[in-house]
Every structure is written in C-alpha cells, then in structure tokens.
Design a protein around this ligand. Structure first.
Ligand code: SAH
Ligand code: TYD
Length: 393
C-alpha cells in the first residue's frame, strides 16, 4: 500500500481480520446489516509512521450516535483541567485565542473563556452537551473546506490543541495545512495521542481500531511536521489512556529543543519504536498475547465460572473480534454510558448493562476492558472477591 502522507510504498505487516466500527454499539432490535472492514496495519519507514491500511469514512464513525464522552472519567476531567492550567501559564497571554480540534463534550474548553475559545466537534451527540455547557462548539470536522465555509479568521489562534483526535484524521496533509492557516505567527500546537512506544511496551494492541488511523511516535511527528515547516520542540509522556505522548510544536526551524525530547528520541531508537524491526517484534507478541488470553479464558470456563466485562471501550472491540470472544463467553459488559447501556457490543453482540447492576452481580471473573481507568474503577468497585483480569497480564 501507499503511505497516507508521502504516497510512497509502505509495508503491511499485521492483520486483525474483519472488524466492525469500534464505537458502533447496536440496538438490540437492529435490522441493518452490520458494517465490517479489514483491520490491517502498515509502516512507512521513511516517516517512521504506523498506520492503518484502510478505514471506514469519518462520517461513519463520528456522527449523532457517537457514544464516547470525555467526561465519563473523573480522572480525565481533572487531567484536562490541569492541562489547561499548565498551557495558560506556559504558552498563553490573557487575551490569547484557543482552538480545539475534537472538543467533544467541552471538558477541556470549559476551562477557557467562551469569547476566546472555539471547538470543532463533528459528532452531534457530544457537541450538544458542549453547547449545554456554554462552550463555543462548532458541529463540523476541522478541515480546509469547513474553514472556508465558516469564515474562520486566519492566523488568529495562539494555541491549536487536540487530545486523542489527531490520530483520528485520515488526511494529515489537510489537517496540518489547515492548522497552518489558523495558527498565529508565534502560536503553539499542542496535542496528545496514544503513544506507539507505550503500546509496544504493554502489547496493548487494543489501541488499534478504526478511529486510531495512526499510532504516532516522536520520530514520526518530528518528520511529518518538518515537511510543513514546523519544529517539534518538546514532548512529554503521559499516563492517560494507557500511555500517551504530548507533542509541542512551533513554526519554523527552531533550534532549541528540550533535553527531555532528546532523551525520548534516544529511547525510541533503543526500543526500535522508530523502525520496522519494532513492528515485527510487536506482531509476534500480539499473536502470543491472543493465545495466552484464550488459554486463560478456557481455564476459567473449565472451572464452570461465568465471565463479565467492565467498560465497553472502543478498544475492547479489537480484542473481542480479533480473539473471537462472543456473547457465549462473556455474558455482558457493565458500563456507565447511557448511550451504550441496553445495546450490543459491535461485532460480538455482547449486551451492555448499567454499571449500577454490577455491585449485586455474582461474577468472580471480570475482564477489565477499561484497563486505562483501573484506579478510578477499582476505587468504585471494592468487592474483594473479584478476580479482575485483562489481556495485558
Ligand atoms: N478530545 C477528547 C475527545 C477524543 S475522541 C478527549 O480526549 O477525550 C475524538 C473526538 O474527535 C470525537 O469527539 C470526534 O467526534 C472528534 N473528531 C473526529 N474527527 C475530527 C475532525 N476531523 N475534526 C474535529 N473533530 C474530530
Ligand atoms: P475509554 O477507555 O476512556 O475510551 P475508549 O472507548 O476510547 O477505549 O472508555 C471508557 C469506557 O469505560 C466508557 O464507555 C465509560 C466506561 N467507564 C465506566 O464504565 N466506569 C468508569 O468508572 C470509567 C472511568 C469508565
């Protein structure tokens, strides 16, 4: 296949098979044939870029039914509050203007004055919540076409921010060129995304699903943005979403880069995060992980125990469909999200139940799909008799 950015050859190396839309929860009485695509991964060595070979259209994924709400995690609300505070102190002045891409239910922008901030959010479900919270949210995809349509001021924004969204955007060339249009001369781009290095370390292959079209690394971000005249000046590892990386970029050829960035680049080289060798090592480990998980589940079932899941994450769609774990193996998945409760999980059709019922249930073995929220969930569900497990341990 051809790389999505430089349009030259790219090595396909890992195939997860037939996959549904990761956040495509189905009504129990669904009639329309479920959509599937082939989830396959490729690597471009020139840009060190890990990417999906194909993806469903963004409109299929991000629409009025999109069920992921940033505010479903208290820790994430706190995280975005702290992030806003840090950004204001380090990069903004009193009257600086902020633009957020993928502002979802407004959790991050809520920390900024309405008149100095703007969010682009194509999914109507979450956009309406942001509006209710008095956040300045536009129900549009962030791209060059919509910029023209909306008459957005050029070179106006001192900060362009995004979290867990840059990797969702298939056309990175359009994305970066559009940012270039709106960002002020001395402006800053900051974004944080699930990190390839963390995925390699944990073998958290469930980070790979339709929305995550790219799994970025520092090497890839540095190379891609250089093509468009931006310099990566700093990066910071984050614990959120099971291991993310925050990237900080400026216009032009900035020579001063942080010491931390230089260290992180060396670590990426050491663990082959920047090269195809890393992909092949990861592939082998993913296959071993699948076998180990299926053995574990077989063992539990052999003891005549029943299993439920906790956290109907989009990530779980990859595990369940790749390992072919269906509603005969996992009875149900407990979750807090109103839009998911009462529905069926994509592909494997496992019922989603209200988390409030979990306390009185008798499951001994619980697959923690929202393993990235472990602390927050275990604090809430203190039952000592439960054996929580994941595909990671
Ligand atoms: N930033 C939030 C939401 C992440 S989920 C957080 O970190 O919790 C990704 C969000 O980006 C979704 O709400 C989705 O609708 C939105 N999105 C996807 N493609 C987009 C695009 N091209 N422009 C703007 N937002 C987009
Ligand atoms: P998350 O891991 O944040 O994202 P993704 O869907 O992108 O993998 O998903 C969190 C899911 O877990 C969401 O459906 C809400 C649910 N959840 C709970 O049920 N209880 C909790 O305490 C938390 C934090 C999340």
């Amino acid at each position: 296949m051809k790389c999505r950015i430089d349009k030259k050859s790219c090595k396909v190396f890992l195939n997860f098979g037939k996959m549904p839309i990761a956040n495509g929860f189905l009504r129990k009485d669904f009639k329309k044939k479920e959509y599937f695509f082939n989830l396959e991964v490729a690597f471009n060595e020139r840009l060190s870029l890990f990417q999906l070979s194909r993806n469903p259209s963004p409109q299929k994924m991000f629409n009025k039914h999109y069920p992921f709400y940033t505010s479903s995690s208290k820790n994430m609300i706190k995280h975005f509050k702290n992030t806003a505070k840090w950004i204001k102190k380090k990069y903004l002045k009193k009257k600086s203007n902020v633009l957020e891409i993928g502002s979802n239910d407004g959790t991050f922008l809520k920390n900024f004055k309405k008149e100095f901030s703007l969010g682009f959010e194509p999914s109507k479900s979450v956009h309406l919540i942001a509006k209710k919270r008095k956040v300045n949210s536009f129900n549009f995809f962030f791209n060059k076409k919509n910029l023209k349509l909306l008459n957005i001021k050029h070179k106006f924004y001192d900060l362009v921010y995004g979290a867990n969204v840059f990797c969702h955007i298939p056309n990175q060339v359009d994305l970066i060129k559009t940012i270039d249009k709106v960002l002020s001369k001395n402006g800053t781009i900051i974004f944080e995304e699930p990190y390839l290095g963390s995925m390699y370390k944990k073998i958290s292959y469930d980070q790979i699903y339709d929305e995550h079209i790219y799994m970025f690394s520092i090497a890839s971000i540095e190379k891609i943005y250089k093509l468009f005249g931006f310099t990566l000046i700093d990066a910071a590892p984050l614990k959120t979403h099971g291991g993310s990386m925050r990237y900080i970029l400026k216009r032009g050829n900035v020579l001063k880069k942080s010491k931390r960035l230089k260290n992180l680049i060396n670590i990426e080289k050491k663990y082959k995060v920047n090269s195809f060798k890393g992909c092949l090592m990861f592939k082998r480990k993913v296959e071993l992980s699948k076998n180990k998980l299926l053995k574990k589940i077989k063992h539990i079932i052999s003891k005549k125990e029943r299993i439920c899941g906790y956290g109907a994450t989009s990530k779980s769609t990859t595990i369940l469909n790749y390992c072919n774990i269906d509603n005969k193996i996992i009875d149900c998945i407990f979750d807090t999200t109103k839009d998911k409760i009462g529905k069926l999980s994509p592909g494997m059709h496992i019922p989603i139940e209200d988390y409030k019922k979990f306390k009185n249930s008798t499951y001994k073995y619980v697959f923690l799909f929202a393993w990235n929220h472990r602390k927050e969930i275990l604090k809430k569900e203190k039952n000592k008799n439960i054996k929580w497990f994941t595909h990671l341990n």
